[in-house]
Design a protein around this ligand. Structure first.
Ligand SMILES: [Zn+2]
Length: 244
């Protein structure tokens, strides 16, 4: 391991107190972020969160390495709560982005939530723990030029933030739909289309469902079975009926 310019491992009480300092600052500056569920979040709040984390946990290492770090919110990030994006080569390797999913954040009510092996009570803290995970990708990338979920990554995640895992139990769109309707990927469903009901199999659940309906004129087929053809439909969840 290279000689890091910031303390690790941190004791649980040091981590908790620094995290609280950051949380307090963000809640004070952003009334939308302070609501439960979170209603909105300023761009300045995201940048402040990055600045404070770098300052308090990494002694400014991220600011020294990255010429530019954009912290953004995306409503199209559905499968993960956050994402670290970076360029592989050249000067641009020192510009990066942490993209946070508003789709996850803005749906969270009261906790508790379990994230990265920690249990937290509020959606704001859940958001910050997701952000911490992405920061660990940023710091690992700064030192090694790549990042994943290896032991080396966990060394940062555990040492700096006390994370023991890299998974979370936040409800995804698909798990919410399954809870409410019983529909999962693979379920047989029917839905109205041009005045009649048609039936097919759910192949993806997000904000809408993708349903594969058998049809001789379909353009989708399995590689090993080109005789079974399907048409693909994008259907609002509310129109689906589970077929037993
Ligand atoms: Zn990750």
């Amino acid at each position: 391991m290279p000689n890091f310019s910031f303390p690790t491992p941190n004791s649980p009480s040091v981590i908790a107190s620094k995290r609280q300092t950051i949380l307090r600052t963000l809640l004070e500056m952003d009334p939308g972020f302070a609501k439960t569920p979170v209603k909105s979040i300023y761009r300045a709040t995201l940048q402040k969160m990055y600045d404070l984390y770098d300052d308090l946990f990494f002694n400014g290492t991220l600011h020294r390495y990255y010429i530019r770090m954009d912290v953004t919110m995306s409503s199209r990030l559905l499968k993960s709560a956050g994402k670290f994006l970076h360029y592989q080569t050249g000067l641009r390797a020192r510009t990066a982005e942490i993209r946070m999913s508003s789709d996850f954040l803005f749906r969270l009510g009261e906790g508790p939530f379990e994230l990265n092996g920690l249990r937290v009570a509020t959606p704001q803290l859940a958001f910050m723990i997701v952000f911490e995970h992405e920061l660990c990708h940023a710091i690992e990338n700064a030192f090694y030029g790549n990042t994943g979920h290896s032991d080396r990554f966990m060394y940062f995640a555990y040492g700096v933030f006390g994370h023991t895992k890299s998974t979370h139990d936040l409800p995804t769109r698909s798990s919410e739909t399954t809870e409410k309707t019983g529909i999962t990927v693979g379920s047989m469903v029917s839905f109205p289309y041009e005045g009649r009901m048609i039936a097919g199999t759910v192949s993806y659940l997000g904000k809408t469902a993708r349903v594969m309906v058998p049809s001789p004129n379909g353009t989708y087929y399995e590689r090993d079975n080109p005789n079974h053809r399907y048409m693909k439909y994008q259907v609002p969840i509310s129109l689906l009926t589970l077929v037993n």
